[in-house]
Write a protein that binds this ligand. Structure first.
Ligand code: ATP
Ligand code: MG
Length: 266
């Protein structure tokens, strides 16, 4: 199975920030399609434009020029109200700082986007409960954020981002504030969401090990995508277990004694 449809795409997207006399070109013309049902990681050095690109994919920020399409809809053609609805219903955002309301329980936190969208409290809570079960926190619904581990808090944030059934789940350094175990927990969850439920996820990360678990890695540099590759595809083309004989018919060698040590070339 190879997903082809794009959940979101950018076309020659640029973003400049003007502060006083300084203009920073954060994103300098990025054209990329985010495939449905994939986990895409965006990596690259600090300041290369990762968060800026993610914000534009999530219709949180508007490009200086170029187009952003979410679910096939050009975001620029929407009025403020429709853009708000798009953000609220089609995009789930998870931030590095979990941004949970400290005085609300896990359930109330996860239900917030639905209540904001006009659902009754009962219905919102019902769906939030299902969301928390999905992220493995069905037994923690009444806990306040302070009673949860970092990894658990971030899973509540993921549940909150998922309750609206978004087309796109965007996460900016979701494991950045977590210890290794917590980070792995969240990464495993994101992988499962993609594998089991076909969720589309775009995640910014500094952690190359975490990025290696993605379906696709976009490496940014100076506001551009410098590399676009699939970590698993790289592993497949470089087998760890080398077959005794090359797959293609070996050339007859004039020195059979050297055969064992001869290097295969691609
Ligand atoms: N609101 C803003 N006003 C002015 N400059 C900004 C603004 N937001 C981002 N920038 C600048 O744009 C560039 C890209 O920022 P961005 O936040 O996208 O980088 P990043 O790759 O996410 O970095 P990090 O890994 O540190 O989070 C940076 O040089 C930053 O200083
Ligand atoms: Mg950033």
């Amino acid at each position: 199975m190879h997903p082809v449809a794009s959940a979101a795409e950018t076309r020659q997207v640029k973003k400049s920030f003007v502060t006083g006399e300084v203009t920073v070109e954060a994103v300098r013309g990025v054209t990329v399609a985010i495939h449905q049902g994939e986990l895409t990681a965006i990596v690259g050095p600090s300041g290369c434009g990762k968060s800026s690109l993610l914000s534009m994919l999530g219709a949180i920020d508007t490009p200086t020029s170029g187009q952003v399409l979410v679910g096939g809809v050009d975001v620029a053609t929407l009025n403020d109200y429709d853009r708000t609805l798009l953000r609220r219903r089609q995009i789930g955002f998870v931030f590095q700082a979990f941004n949970l309301m400290p005085t609300l329980s896990a359930l109330e936190n996860a239900a917030l986007p639905l209540e904001l969208d006009g659902l009754s409290q009962r219905e919102a809570h019902e769906r939030a409960r299902a969301g928390l079960e999905q992220v493995g926190l069905g037994k923690r619904v009444d806990h306040l954020p302070s009673m949860l581990s970092g990894g658990e808090q971030q899973r509540v944030a993921v549940a909150r981002a998922l309750v609206t059934n978004p087309t796109l789940l965007l996460a900016d350094e979701p494991t950045g504030n977590l210890d290794t175990a917590g980070g792995e927990q969240v990464m495993k969850l994101l992988r499962e969401l993609v594998g089991k439920f076909g969720q589309t996820v775009v995640m910014v990360t500094h952690d190359s090990e975490i990025a290696a678990a993605a379906d696709r890695v976009l490496r940014m540099r100076d506001g551009l995508i410098a590399h676009d590759h699939r970590p698993s595809a790289v592993v497949e083309s470089t087998p760890v277990l080398t077959p005794a004989k090359p797959a293609t018919a070996p050339k007859p060698t004039p020195h059979p004694s050297k055969h064992k040590t001869s290097k295969r070339r691609k």
